[in-house]
Design a protein. Structure first.
Lengths: 600, 185
């Protein structure tokens, strides 16, 4: 043993090698570590953004999510008014509900600590019970990570150069594969059905298409729409405006899917075989229907199915009303309407063509011989432009123009045409004029975003070479010495916002311009012609702004008389609203005649 | 470097791999040679770390796909070895003799997918307790039905509403019986 314990002195010095290294200690006071940015804690739901589609509740395999009504949230079109409530005893924080939320309102937060002796505290309505969660969002579903498919299967269409050569159909329709893919995007929430005037069973038939059962889809479609192929081609499709996927992406192509399904039934016999509707025993009641447009045909079809003796009186030689004479053939071919009407005839609808009420048969005769009357006469008279020189040769009303073209008559509009208006009818006139070989200018008073016409149609018209002149107001039609149209004078307008409402066009003084043209087509709206009604009926019939007042049952102030279509105060002026009128009137007439009191 | 790895694997095992990204190589191999490939990767090529073993249920093809993910710490390369086994009689060679931690993954797959690994040591019950049903990660396992049958509904959930019915009530839509089977559950 040595005198000095060398080891005892040197060993502690080895600690010196730690000099300059990071200490393995923790800070005091203790620092909270950051929670992982994508940590899945309690949910947070933006109650304003949520549309109550229940896709979260449907995907949840633990059935942890319920849809409940909250006191301060009202349902409205495109919003069921219900909101998710989550049972955290069942939730496993898998976040599939976030992945499938179409509106992106449902997210997860970094909050995961909650202590409560009351088990009911763990039944939470995200967003209502944890408003502070908004600041701590963690797991969110962006457009790139969402499990929803936001892009619609594109519709194939003819090339614009090819289109203007003929009246061939522009849109080519989905094939089977495209339809199945598009239908599979649907989340089947059913929000769309509320916005459809006739409340078609949209999620059900789309689901049937997705599952490959086209026949079931056709049967479901015909349950409350007797002209679905027409709707499949030209419907104003308000359903797509409230589609859950439209919030962050493209709405399901509901219209094209309906077209796909109904086109699978190639002729009237096939429709009859597939739909195979239940037809009730004939009863003793007779119903007269005035006008074979979509409203009249719908009432006729569904009343015939309910066993009524139905006769339709139609002034023209073809069925369909405006869908036959008003819609150009490149949107809705003749055969398509004919096929659907042939099917209706099969189930017992009788149509008397070339029978103008008030001329070939009196209204009183129909009124007295039937137990109920449904009148859907539409808007047959055009509003005039109300400007100087509009009596000139070569000034057309849209409705006369389209009727002549659709009837196959020869129409001479010259080389250059000005169409006045901004609705769907005006676009139809422009695109028809292009197909007749004219150079087309379209004059509209307001801006393009104010145009009531379908955006798809406006784009189609522009692709076909229609020149749209925005913010122009026609002031005078210029005639040559023979009284023929030579040109149209218009002024430019500026948009003035006054209080609420959409901005109003105000003419700019001194901006008069003359455009040379051979024809002017005025497409600025139509009004009804009531000359078929006798005095004593007109005296009793309640009217408002030249339209017939009806209640929700489409019953007028004369109990036996029901009305629908464009000439009534409710609904929009489109085919699906007319179909809804016919369908609702059917139910009311059935209830009235079968002894139930409809009006209290 | 990735070329070298692919060439070497091709030379020894006659398999063609593909480069998925600058740091990732995928090879698909027959199940009988998977353990040899893994051992070779570990012992000869420096892929000393087993990241994970994952399983995919391809119910339509009646197959399970197993993916062995191994890593080379110096080259920062990942190799994914894919193999397919029969779904009706799922048996796969045990590789916990190559990597100890494979034991955990294999026990999990045995419980969750019902794949047998002959010679695997460890309790059959791994995460689930008293499990009587089919392995729950198989795609034909109906989770919703299981949740309905197993768990009671707590009080306070009676006010749940069905969105489709709510909208039908509001709009007055009448859904015919033949359409109901196409409604959402």
């Amino acid at each position: 043993m040595s005198l000095i314990d060398l080891k005892g002195i040197l060993t502690p010095m080895t600690a010196l090698k730690q000099i300059g290294k990071q200490p393995h200690t923790i800070n005091f006071p203790d620092e909270q570590k950051d929670i992982s940015p994508r940590y899945r804690g309690f949910h947070y739901n933006d109650l304003e953004q949520c549309i109550g589609c229940a896709n979260c509740a449907t995907i949840c395999m633990n059935e942890a999510i319920d849809m409940v009504a909250l006191a301060d949230i009202e349902g409205q079109p495109g919003d069921s008014g219900l909101r998710p409530q989550i049972d955290y005893g069942r939730c496993c924080y898998c976040a599939l509900c976030v992945d499938v939320c179409p509106s992106g309102s449902l997210n997860m937060t970094q909050d995961f600590i909650k202590v409560s002796p009351d088990p009911f505290d763990f039944l939470m309505v995200p967003g209502k019970d944890n408003p502070e969660g908004k600041e701590k969002l963690s797991f969110t579903a962006g457009l790139d990570t969402s499990l929803n498919v936001f892009d619609r299967v594109p519709m194939r269409e003819l090339d614009p150069e090819e289109r203007i050569k003929s009246f061939a159909e522009v849109f080519l329709g989905y094939n089977e594969e495209e339809a199945r893919i598009e239908a599979s995007r649907c989340i089947s929430c059913g929000l769309c059905t509320e916005n459809c005037p006739v409340h078609m069973h949209i999620p059900e038939y789309i689901n049937a298409i997705a599952k490959g059962d086209d026949e079931a889809a056709i049967k479901i479609i015909y349950d409350n729409n007797d002209l679905p192929e027409m709707c499949g081609k030209v419907c104003t499709r308000r359903c797509e405006d409230v589609c859950a996927l439209q919030v962050r992406g493209e709405a399901i192509a509901i219209r094209w899917l309906k077209r796909y399904a109904t086109e699978r039934a190639e002729n009237a016999d096939m429709i009859a075989e597939i739909v195979n509707p239940e037809i009730r025993e004939p009863n003793q009641y007779k119903v007269g229907i005035i006008g074979a447009g979509p409203g009249g045909l719908t009432a006729a079809y569904y009343l015939a199915l309910r066993g009524y003796n139905v006769t339709v009186y139609e002034a023209s030689s073809e069925p369909g009303g405006m869908i036959m004479y008003g819609i150009p053939k490149y949107r809705l071919p003749y055969e398509s309407v004919q096929k659907q009407v042939d099917y209706m005839k099969k189930v017992g609808v009788k149509i008397l063509f070339n029978t103008r009420v008030g001329k070939d048969i009196s209204f009183d005769e129909i009124y007295n011989n039937n137990d109920a009357i449904f009148m859907a006469i539409g808007l047959q008279d055009a509003w005039s432009l109300g400007i100087e020189g509009e009596e000139a040769d070569g000034v057309w009303s849209a409705i006369d123009f389209l009727r002549k073209v659709n009837s196959g008559e020869k129409v001479d509009i010259g080389k250059r045409v000005v169409v006045v208006g901004g609705g769907d009818v005006s676009i139809d006139c422009s695109r028809v004029s292009r197909r007749l070989g004219a150079e087309v200018y379209q004059s509209y008073r307001r801006r393009i975003q104010d145009m009531p016409a379908d955006l798809e149609e406006i784009e189609g018209a522009e692709a076909e070479g229609v020149h749209i002149m925005l913010q122009t107001i026609p002031t005078r039609v210029i005639k040559d010495e023979n009284g023929k149209v030579k040109g149209l004078e218009y002024v430019k307008a500026e948009m003035i916002s006054e209080g609420g409402g959409r901005p109003r066009p105000k003419p700019i003084e001194g901006s008069e311009t003359i455009i040379e043209c051979d024809a002017v087509i005025a497409a600025i709206g139509q009004k009804a012609d009531y000359s078929l009604l006798p005095e004593h009926i007109l005296a009793k019939l309640e009217m408002q702004k030249n339209k017939i007042v009806v209640d929700d049952n489409r019953q007028t102030s004369i109990p036996k008389l029901f009305a629908g279509g464009d000439a009534v105060v409710i609904g929009r002026n489109d085919a699906i609203s007319a179909i809804a009128d016919g369908y609702m009137a059917t139910k009311a007439i059935d209830a009235m005649l079968m002894g139930e009191r409809v009006k209290s | 470097m990735q070329e070298n790895i692919l060439n070497q694997l091709n030379k020894v095992f006659k398999i063609k791999g593909q480069v998925k990204s600058p740091l990732r190589i995928k090879v698909v191999a027959d199940k009988d040679i998977v353990s040899s490939i893994l051992l070779y990767l570990k012992a000869q090529m420096g892929f000393i770390h087993l990241n994970h073993i994952s399983c995919v249920d391809w119910i339509e093809d009646n197959k399970f796909e197993l993916v062995y993910i191994v890593w080379h710490p110096e080259q920062k390369q990942t190799v994914l070895v894919h193999t397919f086994i029969d779904r009706e009689n799922p048996v796969m060679e045990n590789i916990d003799t190559i990597w100890d931690q494979a034991n955990t993954y294999e026990r999990e797959m045995r419980e969750m997918f019902g794949i047998e690994f002959p010679g695997l040591v460890g309790d059959r019950e791994f995460i689930l307790e008293d499990w009587q049903e089919m392995p729950p990660m198989r795609r034909d396992f109906d989770t919703k039905r299981y949740a309905q049958e197993t768990y009671e509904t707590r009080p306070g959930r009676e006010n749940a509403r069905n969105v489709r019915l709510e909208i039908m009530k509001r709009s007055g839509e009448e859904l015919p019986d033949f359409a109901k089977k196409y409604s959402r559950d």
